[in-house]
Design a protein around this ligand. Structure first.
Ligand code: NAD
Length: 479
């Protein structure tokens, strides 16, 4: 089986322990490659390399931009290869990896590579007494830790602003989906990225990840993952006064008013419910429908969901591929059981799918729709992160706002209405970092991205992300 290797100081290398663990293809339920079981010693080596590389890397934005653009071009050149690898590793349809994950990975890098060519500094004139100007200097070595749902997409969403800002990086992709980060390290070598600028340490969160959080020379942590992990990370990093950016879980409301454009609302809601097997932090898992439209919506939404094809991720016809891991499949199935115990009716799906041929042992699940639940039950309060949605009726704006804002999360919300005033009213009152009106996942990389409440702290995207990786300094010059 192919061995994935760490990328430390410009070299592909085995972990110090010499140990590897299996990387599972979720569509087959079988191991297909090996992941380095790295620990503190590997992180120490990576950090030392990053410290050494920092002085040179942090000096010229023009040079950084040129090499990052080259890496983005190589990602685009290898689009098909990377999309296939992502699909095999994660279980997502290869069509999705080809149209979303890999193009977005290239866009992330190009966006920050070019943004740094257009930065400006602010100045403050203090009457005729002084001029103040603000400098942003790269913070040093930073840690970037990413999850398994959009592997290369979210990995690059962190490392691109970090590297563009002039930091050097110790990064860890999810141990469940390490393959494209490994292929990416080969592209960095091909592009001539100087040794030690980016270091990728593979391994499990509790060892390799925790070692990154604990390393005293890693000055900032950018983390995307679950809220429980985010709490552990904050507990370790906060007393060390590390800068923290935490992008965590969600339980996003999808609010559909009776005056919506029905076709658009229903088609996009199918996407926002089941794209990537519902394993997108921005998926709308709680659908609230205004009562006059409720019966029609449930009937039509169910009808269209039935037509979705759960199948081999490598088949172009497939709409939903495999769930990323067996552990996750069992978690999602347990939530479907919980929903039944809580009095919910499974109107569609709810069961594992058994495919024939090479996918016979894969982790497939029917897209699932549940009705008849209260907004306060656990099914409607806890993140499931799979192809499972609940649908509930509502009668007024005030009522649906209470439902929408009732969870501990506040990542994203979608509102469907043709009434512009209502759209503004609702957008102002929904407690979410991102609100989409009459659309979903329409992303402009310049906008702030992140959640309220337990969905995280800090914002990614735009110049915000570049700022995160810098120290801000005011220089006051007496006239
Ligand atoms: P996770 O928290 O289990 O793991 C995320 C990453 O953290 C992995 O690389 C893991 O190895 C690492 N990790 C685990 N324990 C660690 C520790 N103690 N110290 C350092 N690193 C550690 O999350 P997951 O299951 O991979 O991803 C799913 C979660 O991510 C969901 O909750 C989802 O909502 C969230 N997510 C959020 C966003 C967002 O932008 N807000 C985007 C995607 C996913």
């Amino acid at each position: 089986m192919e061995k994935i290797l760490n990328y430390i100081n410009g070299v592909l290398t085995e972990p110090v322990s010499g140990k590897f663990f299996n990387n599972i293809n979720p569509a087959e339920g079988k191991p297909y490659s090996l992941v380095p079981d790295s620990g503190a010693e590997d992180v120490a080596k990576a950090t030392a390399a990053a410290q050494h590389a920092f002085a040179k890397w942090s000096t010229s934005a023009k040079d950084r931009s040129a090499i990052l653009v080259k890496i983005a071009e190589l990602v685009e050149r290898d689009l098909d290869k990377l999309a296939l690898a992502e699909s095999i590793d994660q279980g997502k349809p290869v069509t999705l990896a080809r149209s979303l994950d890999i193009p977005r990975a290239a866009a992330n890098i190009r966006f920050y590579a070019t943004a740094i060519l257009h930065e400006s500094a602010t100045a403050h004139f203090t009457d005729n007494e002084a001029i103040n100007y603000t400098q942003h200097t790269p913070i040093g070595v930073v840690g970037c830790i990413s999850p398994w749902n959009l592997p290369l997409y979210l990995f690059t969403w962190k490392i691109a602003p970090a590297l563009a800002a002039g930091c050097t990086v110790v990064a860890k992709p999810s141990e469940i989906t390490p393959m494209t980060a490994y292929l990416f390290s080969k592209l960095c070598i091909e592009a001539g990225l100087p040794a030690g600028v980016l270091n990728i340490v593979h391994g499990v969160g509790a060892r390799a990840g925790q070692a990154i959080i604990e390393h005293p020379e890693i000055k900032a942590i950018s983390f995307t993952g679950g809220t429980v992990t985010g709490k552990t990370i904050a507990a370790t990093a906060a007393p060390m006064f590390k800068k923290l950016s935490l992008e965590l879980g969600g339980k996003n409301p999808n609010i559909i008013f009776a005056d919506c454009d029905f076709e658009k609302a229903i088609n996009t809601s199918i996407q926002s419910s089941f794209a990537n097997q519902g394993e997108i932090c921005l998926c709308g898992s709680r659908i609230f429908v205004e009562r006059p439209l409720y019966e029609k919506f449930v009937a039509e939404f169910t009808e269209r969901t039935k037509k979705l094809i759960v199948g081999d991720p490598l088949d172009d016809e497939t709409n939903l591929g495999a769930i990323a891991s067996e552990v996750h499949l069992n978690k999602v199935l347990a939530y479907i059981e919980l929903a039944k115990q809580e009095g919910g009716t499974v109107v569609q799906g709810g069961k594992q799918v058994k495919l024939a041929g090479r996918c016979a042992d894969g982790y497939f699940l029917e897209p699932t729709i549940i009705t008849g639940l209260s907004h306060t039950c656990r099914t409607n309060q806890e993140e499931i992160f799979g192809p499972v949605v609940t649908i509930m009726p509502f009668d007024s704006e005030a009522e649906v706002l209470e439902y929408a804002n009732s969870t501990t999360y506040g990542l994203a919300a979608t509102i469907w209405t043709e009434n512009l005033k209502r759209a503004h009213r609702m957008a102002a009152l929904v407690k979410s970092g991102i609100v989409w009106v009459n659309c979903w996942l329409l992303r402009d990389l310049r906008t702030p991205f992140g959640g309220m409440k337990q969905s995280g702290i800090g914002r990614e995207g735009g110049f915000e992300a570049l700022k995160f990786f810098t120290d801000e300094k005011n220089v006051c010059i007496k006239l």
